[in-house]
Design a protein around this ligand. Structure first.
Ligand SMILES: O=C(O)CCC(=O)C(=O)O
Ligand SMILES: [Fe+2]
Length: 218
């Protein structure tokens, strides 16, 4: 957003959890959005996720590299059309590396490679409950990229879904990285703020891309 009274600044939300506002420029946001639209198409495209308890996630999702389902990873869209998951593009893995360097000032060890992406699409009233990203075996940081509408992102602790937590507004182009002591912290999206996407982007709703290192073997 332009015309900010105070510029939004880089902030450490918890030890190991870093928010870098406006990390992705408008041009790259447009490129990422175009890529998300391609990934969303079948086969193994955007799907509704059902939880074992009988719940339905309100954010719809598409995966790259490995297919996440509640609660594991597979090579095919086991809870979708059963098609092989789309590959993780090398340029997206490289963007993950760039993000880690920007967040911490130290590079991801060369042996680690971002090999999984989860793309979540939030319509105006979608949310995501407090959870941990726990199906990966690697402890490498999770890289989160946001596009479109702003949201309230809740970043908590490693013990429970409750307090202490901090609420951060994530806007289009923001980067959030959580690793080290924050890697297994509970987090969620209590609210999307409809109508807040940059007008030039051409997206109604919110997209979030998380990049992960599976460490799950090949
Ligand atoms: O949408 C977000 O900002 C968070 C997404 C998330 O936590 C996840 O995909 O596991
Ligand atoms: Fe998550």
């Amino acid at each position: 957003m332009t015309g900010e009274l105070f510029p939004r600044e880089r902030a450490e939300i918890a030890p190991g959890a870093v928010h870098l506002p406006d990390w992705i420029g408008p041009r790259r946001q447009g490129e990422l959005l175009a890529a998300c639209r391609e990934w969303a198409r079948p086969p193994a495209g955007l799907r509704t996720v059902h939880t074992p308890g009988g719940g339905t996630m309100t954010a719809r999702q598409v995966c790259l590299g490995l297919h996440w389902y509640p609660y594991g990873y597979a090579r095919t869209a086991v809870d979708g059309d059963g098609a092989p998951v789309k590959p993780m593009p090398g340029w997206l893995a490289a963007l993950g590396r760039e993000a880690v360097l920007a967040a911490y000032g130290t590079p991801l060890p060369p042996a680690e490679e971002y090999d999984i992406a989860l793309v979540n699409f939030y319509a105006g009233d979608s949310r995501m409950g407090m959870h941990r990203d726990a199906e990966e075996r690697s402890g490498a940081p999770v890289v989160s990229l946001s596009l479109g509408d702003s949201c309230l992102f809740r970043f908590g602790n490693t013990v429970s879904r409750g307090r202490p937590f901090r609420d951060v507004e994530l806007r289009s182009g923001d980067l959030f990285v959580f690793g080290g002591p924050a890697r297994r912290a509970f987090h969620g999206v209590p609210k999307v703020l409809p109508g807040t996407a940059p007008p030039g982007l051409g997206l109604t709703g919110r997209l979030n891309i998380t990049l992960r290192v599976g460490g799950l073997g090949s």
